[in-house]
Design a protein around this ligand. Structure first.
Ligand SMILES: Cc1cc2nc3c(=O)[nH]c(=O)nc-3n(C[C@H](O)[C@H](O)[C@H](O)COP(=O)(O)OP(=O)(O)OC[C@H]3O[C@@H](n4cnc5c(N)ncnc54)[C@H](O)[C@@H]3O)c2cc1C
Ligand SMILES: *[C@@H]1O[C@H](CO)[C@@H](O)[C@H](O)[C@H]1NC(C)=O
Ligand SMILES: *[C@@H]1O[C@H](CO)[C@@H](O)[C@H](O)[C@H]1NC(C)=O
Ligand SMILES: *[C@@H]1O[C@H](CO)[C@@H](O)[C@H](O)[C@H]1NC(C)=O
Ligand SMILES: *[C@@H]1O[C@H](CO)[C@@H](O)[C@H](O)[C@H]1NC(C)=O
Ligand SMILES: *[C@@H]1O[C@H](CO)[C@@H](O)[C@H](O)[C@H]1NC(C)=O
Ligand SMILES: *[C@@H]1O[C@H](CO)[C@@H](O)[C@H](O)[C@H]1NC(C)=O
Ligand SMILES: *[C@@H]1O[C@H](CO)[C@@H](O)[C@H](O)[C@H]1NC(C)=O
Ligand SMILES: *[C@@H]1O[C@H](CO)[C@@H](O)[C@H](O)[C@H]1NC(C)=O
Ligand SMILES: *[C@@H]1O[C@H](CO)[C@@H](O)[C@H](O)[C@H]1NC(C)=O
Length: 611
């Protein structure tokens, strides 16, 4: 009796909010579905939600990670830093290969291992990118459906613009005409304020309007300038693809099943169709809580959809025999489909931070360094979901271009998608890290690194030497982590741009308004030789954790690429990829909004195929 009751609780029958999110494969009604989606992250949960709008479709989501229920560090925005401090229960615990551009350092490479994927443990920054980023996707794929104008309705299906929890007057802080209040995923302006700091940032846009103009809304497609931060937060809580697209009213759909602790190893039972395309009869996965794991196979009668993200998706493809034939054969993996682009052109954005001590106690340090205030703030959040814990302490983002006559363009074609697309991001926030005192922090990002590619330098021997980022296999064991080489700061352009970004950050805080506010930089970078600055960068930079392009979309007749513009894998049938790995170039922004919109349009493309 007792046993039966605990089984009922475990399988969720008595806990309605968990109704269709399973922890144990034994509780699934079966292993055959119309669609099997691999990965319950940003895009995967969108696709699961949209496909099950049609009651005739049955959908299984296989997610390797753990449940997001009750994970306070994920739910409470201010606590997000706890998720990035090293190996933890919500992480794949990856490390990059030694990065030549980082003086051969390997860096931890966070990827989420929790329902909601990286939306459940990211920085919550909501940035779509520039209109030109998407227009370039349309141009290189030959499908106008990937243009900014065509995708805007999909951004709107995703976004549920929400009032901040402090109910402040938000006029002048965003442009309502480029937002939607009836999507699914909450987005809001900050519900907590740092008035003195914010005044300084806004005053900078008045004092230095040429270099740092105010931009009412950088999510309009026109990004340049400084604008107010927008975040995937609603009601003071993080909004993830799990809390939104798998909210109880969706998760309870009879045709939607989500299985946790289910790590997909590979696609199996490869066959050739009469037309010569490869199909797979099953999705193999390991399930179980450590002490009793075993392999199972799920079957998709219509389509297998890979949404395992920019690391997971190419890894599964390669273990399934889809990738560079020579490389796979060398590892003892039988080649099923020769697609040398799988795992190549991997792109992430180099990042470096700088801090200044300030003559103000109105900084996030006053909370993070003071246990009394920290507990007060946590209590307030627990009681009413208000106060400083409703946000991260970044208030604005700056989006800047290199000078048109910059000497770097003598040798390098501008990698930005167009003349209105930024090269540099500077995040502007209060609070330092692991130091006593009051600080402000600026985070500098190279938005369009050239290190991705083997062919952007005009010098063949040089090109070979600097081959860009990649995700490859170290063995034929699907449970070994892949080799993640981000190729960070390998090119002259990338190091030039990050140097320039640091100079811009120093110019930003030289606006007169900061004079009596800033005391000193924690490390003075303003007067270093280029060599010394480069050493500082190479010893301190890391990745933005925005990996894309590892299973890139290309035109139907292109000689490279992994998926066609309809997101079906080239040369395969009944197999598609819907996640950030398909983006042919990185957005000039943080990447979750792009991943969500790939999910929204991708779901529509699947629905069209199976009407
Ligand atoms: C630390 C960090 C901070 C970030 N901050 C921001 C930010 O502030 N703003 C922003 O816009 N973007 C941010 N991003 C990036 C953004 O979150 C991602 O681009 C986006 O979530 C990618 O969506 P996706 O669907 O491609 O993959 P993911 O969201 O990563 O989802 C993939 C899912 O697949 C699962 N999976 C992988 N392999 C397997 C397998 N073999 N079997 C079963 N399941 C598997 C994973 O566990 C995961 O749940 C951040 C990312 C990280 C890692
Ligand atoms: C990552 O490391 C943490 C802490 O050691 C562990 O709990 C977690 O299970 C690891 N993640 C994976 C996917 O193994
Ligand atoms: C990094 O490693 C490469 C290859 O092993 C080596 O040639 C180079 O000198 C190393 N660089 C540094 C800064 O140690
Ligand atoms: C990388 O992307 C470029 C387009 O930017 C393309 O020409 C090249 O073929 C791609 N490389 C691979 C290995 O797919
Ligand atoms: C901080 O500001 C006060 C006045 O507002 C001034 O008296 C003091 O000297 C300043 N401290 C520093 C370190 O600049
Ligand atoms: C910590 O915060 C409490 C409550 O606001 C305050 O009384 C105290 O002075 C603060 N301590 C320090 C060291 O600033
Ligand atoms: C807030 O609630 C969480 C979850 O219930 C709990 O772990 C935490 O201790 C609480 N914090 C405070 C300060 O009340
Ligand atoms: C451009 O390339 C030339 C020739 O290699 C070199 O002399 C020059 O320094 C380069 N310019 C920049 C800005 O890197
Ligand atoms: C190409 O790059 C290599 C290595 O940097 C250099 O030695 C060579 O002179 C370059 N060739 C041309 C034609 O610029
Ligand atoms: C910058 O460095 C130069 C040379 O090392 C020195 O002469 C100059 O005084 C320094 N300027 C500042 C502002 O520190």
């Amino acid at each position: 009796m007792l046993l039966n009751l605990s089984l009922l609780i475990l399988t969720g029958v008595v806990a309605p909010s968990l109704a269709k999110i399973y922890e144990d494969v034994a509780d699934l009604p079966g292993l055959e579905y119309d669609f099997v989606i691999v990965g319950g992250g940003a895009a995967g949960n969108v696709v699961a939600n949209r496909l099950t709008e049609n009651p005739k479709f049955s959908v299984l989501v296989l997610e390797a990670g753990v449940s997001n229920e009750g994970v306070m560090d994920s739910i409470v925005p201010f606590l997000v830093g706890n998720l990035f401090t090293g190996p933890n229960a919500y992480e794949w615990n990856y490390t990059t290969t030694p990065q030549i551009g980082l003086n051969n350092r390997s860096t931890p490479y966070p990827r989420a291992h929790i329902l909601g994927g990286c939306t459940a443990h990211n920085g919550m920054v909501y940035t779509r990118g520039s209109a030109e980023d998407y227009d370039r996707y349309a141009a290189v794929t030959g499908d106008p459906g990937w243009s900014w104008d065509s995708l805007l309705p999909y951004f709107f299906k995703n976004e549920k613009w929400t009032q901040p929890t402090d109910h402040h007057d938000t006029r002048g802080q965003f442009n309502p005409s480029v937002h939607s209040t009836n999507g699914i995923n909450s987005v809001s302006l900050s519900g907590y304020h740092w008035p003195i700091f914010e005044h300084h940032v806004l005053q900078t846009t008045r004092e230095l309007p040429e270099e740092f103009p105010f931009n009412l809304d950088f999510n309009s497609g026109q990004m340049l300038g400084i604008g107010w931060l927008q975040s995937t937060i609603g009601g003071g809580k993080r909004s993830t693809s799990a809390t939104s697209y798998l909210a109880p009213k969706f998760a309870q759909r009879r045709n939607l099943h989500v299985l946790l602790h289910a790590q997909v190893s590979r696609l199996v039972h490869a066959q050739k169709t009469k037309q010569g395309a490869v199909t797979f009869g099953g999705v193999e996965f390991l399930q179980g809580i450590s002490y009793c794991e075993s392999l199972f196979t799920a079957k998709a009668t219509k389509e297998i959809i890979l949404s395992a993200g920019s690391v997971g998706t190419p890894t599964i493809l390669m273990h399934s025999g889809i990738g560079d034939r020579t490389a796979l054969t060398a590892l003892g993996i039988p080649s099923v489909l020769d697609l040398p682009s799988v795992g190549q052109n991997a792109t992430d954005q180099p990042f470096i931070g700088a801090r200044w001590s300030v003559n103000s106690t109105q900084t996030a340090d006053s909370i993070s360094q003071n246990a009394t205030r920290f507990n007060e703030a946590y209590k307030e959040w627990n009681r009413t979901h208000t106060g400083p814990f409703v946000e991260i302490p970044v208030t604005h983002l700056a989006w800047l271009r290199l000078d048109a006559d910059s000497p770097i363009f003598e040798n390098v074609t501008d990698p930005a998608a167009g003349p209105n697309t930024p090269h540099i991001e500077i995040s502007i926030g209060t609070g330092g890290v692991a130091a006593t005192g009051n600080f402000i922090s600026l985070g500098m990002v190279v938005l369009n690194p050239t290190s991705r590619e083997r062919n952007n330098c005009g010098n063949v021997s040089f090109i070979k030497r600097i081959a860009g980022g990649s995700v490859t296999l170290q063995s034929n064991n699907p449970f070994d982590p892949p080799l993640i080489d981000l190729g960070l700061l390998k090119t002259d352009f990338d190091i030039f741009t990050i140097r320039e970004a640091i100079k811009r950050a120093y110019r930003l805080v030289q606006a007169p308004v900061w004079r009596d506010y800033i005391i000193a930089p924690t490390t003075d970078l303003s007067n270093l030789s280029t060599e010394a600055l480069d050493q500082f960068i190479r010893n301190g930079a890391s990745a933005g954790a925005h990996l894309v392009s590892t299973a890139a979309m290309s035109a139907r007749d292109a000689s490279y690429g992994v998926v066609n513009p309809d997101l079906l894998v080239k040369g395969a049938s009944g197999l598609s990829i819907i996640d950030a790995s398909i983006l042919p170039f990185i957005t000039s922004a943080h990447t979750q909004a792009a991943a969500y919109v790939v999910g929204e349009r991708g779901a529509d493309l699947v629905k069209e195929r199976w009407r």
